[in-house]
Each structure stands twice: as structure tokens, then as C-alpha cells.
Design a protein around this ligand. Structure first.
Ligand SMILES: Nc1ncnc2c1ncn2[C@@H]1O[C@H](COP(=O)(O)OP(=O)(O)O)[C@@H](O)[C@H]1O
Ligand SMILES: [Mg+2]
Length: 393
């Protein structure tokens, strides 16, 4: 394989909308012998007003077509600026970057079809217009990864399992890759798995409920429970936790996905009411939400994974991997499974998803499919995304 390695930037903002993660990868070859090395990663915060608008729109508050169009372009600029800032940090000239993969910011996702204007329709909308990224950066950009999978009858998500397969499949170990973003999702990679055996689904909330409670109890002064400081000061309330664990979403059979539509504002109100009933203080509730996050992952594994497949390792990424209470609870509740932060396997927790979109863009650039029909439900392989070319120099 003497193809020249390509420097590729991947950019991602998940349901937490805490900012844009940017990863720089050097990639060469083609699956199954794809060579990828993560060279650096950084993260760029959203301006406060932009973040507020993302939450408002993503919680499905009324928005005009004009405001949506403006938000899409405004976010496109923020993503382009994040790419340029990342290059500066990595000390690489943007001209040297061959490609960007920009996931954008999801503001709506309806993966399963529902009746719309007389026809079953699924759709997804990622904002942060990718077509305006090449001009300021002079880098060809792949964006809008999800629609091509939906066009083949898939749910357009999850897309990271393809990358989990490339990075984490193992001849002797059964592995689960867990990402703790706003929502928690798992990819199951049985021992010596073939691509068709990989499956994946959202297990429930990750940081979304914790962040919402912290932000409410501190009146916006804090956005998250850094290192589980507040949760550690709370009391354990097993009865309240049992109530939370009766969440019907946990019982739904996979494939399934969820988001801010379900674990958003209305759900938080439900937890606050439960808290009043159980006389829980703020830190008790933050603790309950944290334990609920870990135990809903454990519940999914016990219910849908471990009876079918032996799992040796759980590889954890995303911001929630920095929460010591979540990790401790996962380890305690999963005897026989080694719980490993993804950095132990060479991918820093905060870089994982951005790195994944660099790899997905590389595959698209080479006209190769990168959805896993077993994970998305698509009828077949799809080449993901839309390519916007850099202006000719
Ligand atoms: N040190 C930490 N302690 C506890 N939680 C953390 C820590 N660092 C990050 N987080 C959590 O991770 C979240 C961001 O995770 P991220 O993977 O970026 O999610 P998303 O993909 O949804 O944007 C934050 O909102 C916060 O809740
Ligand atoms: Mg994030």
C-alpha cells in the first residue's frame, strides 16, 4: 500500500451542544487494512447565544424558516472557524489538510418513518451548512452524512459503529464501545466479528439529565457536574432510582434511538416531581441521575447483549467518561467485564466521535460505503454525505 496518507479533520457536536470537538487524523489505505492515526484533538465552545438557540430549536420550539436558515449558516461559520482554530493549534497550515468531515449539529432526527402529509416519512437535519466551510478554510468538506442511509430505509443513525468496527474489533475479545455524550449509545462487537454481526443502539440518557439538573440547581452558573463533585455529596435514594429504572424506553427492544425530544425538558420536570415525592435534595437528584445513566447502560447490556454474546471489555468514550461515579458504577455492576476509558486504547475520550467523522469522510472521499446496515436498518450499503469542494486556487 503506497498511497500517500491524507491529513483529515473531523468535526462533531453532539446532543450536549457543549461545543465542537475537532480531531486531526492521518489516514491511508482501505478497509480492512485502513491505517489511521489520531494526531491531535481540540474543542471549541459555542458562543452563548448560539448554544441557547440550538437548545431552543432542538427542543422543537417554534422557529421560522428564516431563523432556521440563518442558524444553519451562522453555525456553518462557527464550524469553519473551529477548523481554522484547530489547524493553528495543531501547527498545520489549512492548505495541508486534504479533507474535512463535518457532522454538524443535529436539531431534528426522526429515524423511523411516521406519517407525514399522507406518506411514511423519516428525516434528519444537521445544521452548520457544510457548503460554506470550503471557502474560508480552502478545504474540501464532506457533510450531511445521515440522509443517504435514510434513503435506503435506514434510520440514518448510528454511524459510528462502522468506525468502532475498524478500530476495536478483536479476534479474541468481545467488546462493547460505549459513548457517553448527551445520550448514551453502545456498539456491540462480538469476538472476531464480521461487519454484519455488529449491532448498536442508544441505551438512554448519558449527560443530558445530569447537565440539565446541574444547570437548573446552580441557575446556569455550572453546566455540568465536574468530576461528579455534586453527585458525590448527594445521598443514594434506592427507591427513587428504582422509579427511574422503570423508564419504558429501557424495555424497548433494539434497534432504538432517542434524544432531546424524550430526555429533554419534560423528562427533567418528571424527575423534579419524583424528587419532591422522595424528599430529595438537589445533590441527591444529581446523584440519582448519574447512577441512572450508568445503570441504564448496565440494564441494556443485561437485557439485550450479555445473554447473546460474551463481552470482555467495555470501552468508554465521550465527556461522561470523565465522570468517576459513572465509571465506578459501571465497573461495580458488570463483574467480569473490564471497563476501559478509550484513551487506554489510544483514542482520547473527547476525540472519539470527531475522529470517527474524519474516518467516515475519508471513506466517502474514496467512494466507499460506510454505513453498517445491521446498525442502521438500511436495505444496503450507502456512500454517506455530500461533498463541497474547495474553491479552485
Ligand atoms: N470532568 C467531567 N466530569 C463530569 N462530566 C464531564 C466531565 N467532562 C465532560 N463531562 C460531561 O460530558 C458532556 C459532554 O460530552 P460530549 O461527549 O461532548 O457530548 P456530546 O457528544 O453530546 O456533545 C458535558 O456536558 C458533561 O456533562
Ligand atoms: Mg460535545
Amino acid at each position: 500500500m503506497n498511497e500517500k496518507p491524507m491529513p483529515v479533520l473531523g468535526m462533531m457536536s453532539g446532543t450536549s451542544a457543549d461545543g465542537i470537538d475537532v480531531a486531526l487524523a492521518r489516514i491511508s489505505g482501505a478497509p480492512p487494512n485502513l491505517n489511521a492515526k489520531l494526531l491531535g484533538h481540540t474543542s471549541v465552545k459555542f458562543p452563548g447565544a448560539v448554544r441557547k438557540e440550538i437548545f431552543r430549536v432542538a427542543e422543537q420550539h417554534p422557529v421560522t424558516a428564516g431563523a432556521l436558515s440563518q442558524l444553519n449558516f451562522r453555525l456553518g461559520e462557527v464550524f469553519a472557524e473551529a477548523a481554522i482554530a484547530a489547524c493553528r493549534k495543531f501547527r498545520i497550515a489549512p492548505k495541508k489538510i486534504a479533507l474535512i468531515g463535518s457532522h454538524g449539529q443535529t436539531i431534528f432526527h426522526q429515524g423511523k418513518t411516521v406519517n407525514f402529509l399522507g406518506r411514511p416519512t423519516a428525516s434528519t437535519l444537521q445544521t452548520g451548512e457544510p457548503a460554506i466551510i470550503p471557502a474560508p478554510t480552502s478545504i474540501t468538506t464532506v457533510g450531511d452524512f445521515r440522509p443517504a442511509d435514510i434513503a435506503l430505509g435506514g434510520q440514518g443513525a448510528p454511524l459510528v459503529p462502522y468506525v468502532d468496527y475498524l478500530l476495536y474489533r478483536h479476534p479474541k475479545f468481545g467488546r462493547v464501545s460505549l459513548n457517553l455524550g448527551g445520550i448514551a449509545n453502545i456498539t456491540i462487537l462480538p469476538r472476531a466479528t464480521k461487519p454484519q454481526q455488529v449491532f448498536a443502539f442508544d441505551t438512554g440518557p448519558a449527560n443530558m439529565l445530569i447537565d440539565a439538573l446541574v444547570s437548573r440547581f446552580t441557575r446556569g452558573r455550572r453546566r455540568f457536574d465536574e468530576n461528579a463533585r455534586l453527585a458525590s455529596q448527594g445521598r443514594s435514594l434506592p427507591v427513587l432510582l428504582d422509579d427511574l429504572l422503570r423508564d419504558p424506553y429501557l424495555q424497548l427492544a433494539p434497534p432504538k434511538s432517542t434524544g432531546r425530544e424524550y430526555y429533554g425538558h419534560a423528562y427533567v420536570k418528571k424527575i423534579l416531581a419524583l424528587g419532591r415525592r422522595h424528599r430529595a435534595g438537589p445533590n441527591d437528584l444529581i446523584r440519582a441521575a448519574t447512577l441512572f445513566t450508568a445503570l441504564s447502560v448496565v440494564d441494556a447490556l443485561n437485557r439485550f447483549v450479555l445473554p447473546k454474546t460474551q463481552i470482555h471489555q467495555l470501552i468508554v468514550s465521550g465527556g461522561g467518561a470523565h465522570n468517576p461515579l459513572i465509571l465506578a458504577q459501571l465497573s461495580a455492576a458488570l463483574p467480569g467485564v473490564e471497563v476501559l476509558p478509550s484513551s487506554r486504547l489510544g483514542v482520547p475520550e473527547d476525540a472519539k466521535e470527531a475522529y470517527a467523522f474524519a474516518l467516515l469522510a475519508y471513506e466517502t472521499f474514496h467512494q466507499r460505503p460506510a454505513n453498517l446496515p445491521s446498525a442502521t436498518g438500511a436495505g444496503g450499503p450507502a456512500i454517506l454525505g455530500k461533498i463541497s469542494y474547495a474553491p479552485p486556487s
